[in-house]
Design a protein around this ligand. Structure first.
Ligand code: TYM
Length: 331
């Protein structure tokens, strides 16, 4: 029997944070045992804000090495670079005629990024969700595991799939969003009401996957906490709740277990403990990432194989799309 399909991606637009790991890559590990998984490095999305070309190239490889270092197995999953599969751009163009400008303008991320990059509100920035829909729909995806901030984009991909199917006949499987309750939104250590983001200007706000032990512990020591002294999950304690979520994710603890562990502890010791936990968990991942990155031949082999597998699957869907939409395909 054919396995159901899982699709997800990360942009190689900066160094991934523990938010990317907790909200996304970590959750892929169990899925790869059961589903046909496609995990991409979304480098075409990464050029919608100003970028350094050499750095983008390097970050793309680093991201692939990180996926593998986190436990994503290239023998079980298809790991590939988005721009190496031309069907993404082709399907994006086709879907552009199904997606409405109004709905793109309403996207939260588009509005945020437009505000942040006033001098560079380019067409790609607005089209970003359509390219993401193309990513997902090309593989006849069943499930899209993402963090909270990407759920609106997966919703739009669903809307586009349904609209296309209604207009041109059954073509795409309509994907479901998979958001894990725990860790779907890891927040900034400096402002726990805001998402932790790799592009944050304050380096103390986020913990990067490549931060060394001292840096990690320093950042947690400086983390903003709340009034009171109890360590528990609570809506009026966004700082403490965020730190607890991070702890639970790295230690594989339930909320109740973590709260029990920290009963009676002061905020200072608690922050130190979370910092040490994260540093301990990241050390082997970092060592493995460095090892994989040094093996260029292995890495380029993984990516060549991934691109080929993705290409084959994507071509099947795009052929169907071109047939349905009436594109001349030779006699
Ligand atoms: P990106 O690169 O911003 O983030 C990658 C994944 O990490 C999740 N994430 C978080 N989760 C919890 N807490 C946080 N602070 C946090 N920050 C990020 C994101 O929700 C995401 O799951 N457009 C996408 C990449 C993409 C994609 C796709 C994803 C391109 N095509 C198709 C899924 C399917 C993005 O920019 O993710």
């Amino acid at each position: 029997m054919e396995r159901n399909v899982v699709y997800s991606a990360v942009q190689p637009s900066g160094i991934p944070t523990i938010g990317n790991y907790i909200g996304s890559v970590r959750n892929w590990l169990a899925l790869q045992e059961e589903y046909a998984c496609y995990f991409a490095m979304a480098n075409m999305h990464a050029i919608t804000v100003r970028h350094d070309p050499a750095l983008l190239r390097r970050r793309t490889l680093e991201l692939c090495a990180l996926y593998i270092a986190c436990g994503i197995d290239p023998e079980k999953c298809t790991l590939y670079v988005q721009s190496q599969v031309p069907q993404h751009a082709e399907l994006c163009w086709t879907l552009n005629s199904v997606a409405y400008v109004g709905e793109m303008e309403r996207m939260t991320q588009f509005k945020d990024k437009s505000r942040k990059h006033e001098d560079n509100i380019n067409m790609g920035l607005m089209d970003y969700p359509v390219l993401m829909a193309a990513d997902i729909l090309l593989y006849q995806t069943d499930l899209v595991p993402v963090g909270q901030d990407q759920t609106q984009h997966v919703e739009i991909a669903r809307d586009i799939a349904i609209r296309f199917n209604n207009r041109y006949g059954e073509t795409f499987r309509v994907p479901k969003t998979l958001v894990y309750k725990q860790g779907a939104k890891i927040c900034s250590l400096q402002d726990p009401t805001k998402k932790m983001s790799k592009s944050d200007e304050n380096p103390n706000a986020c913990v990067f996957m490549t931060d060394d032990r001292d840096t990690i512990i320093r950042k947690f020591k400086r983390a903003v906490t709340d009034s009171g002294s109890e360590i528990n999950f609570s809506e009026d304690k966004p700082g403490i709740s965020n730190l607890l979520s991070i702890y639970c994710a790295f230690k594989n603890r339930t909320a109740e277990e973590a709260e029990r562990e920290f009963e009676g502890m002061g905020y200072g010791d608690f922050k130190l403990c979370v910092g040490e936990t994260v540093a301990d968990a990241l050390a082997p991942v970092q060592a493995e990432q460095t090892r994989i990155l040094a093996d260029k031949e292995y890495l380029s082999g993984v990516l060549a194989r991934g691109a080929e597998q993705a290409f084959r699957a994507a071509r099947k869907t795009l052929d169907k799309v071109y047939r349905k939409i009436g594109f001349y395909r030779g006699e």
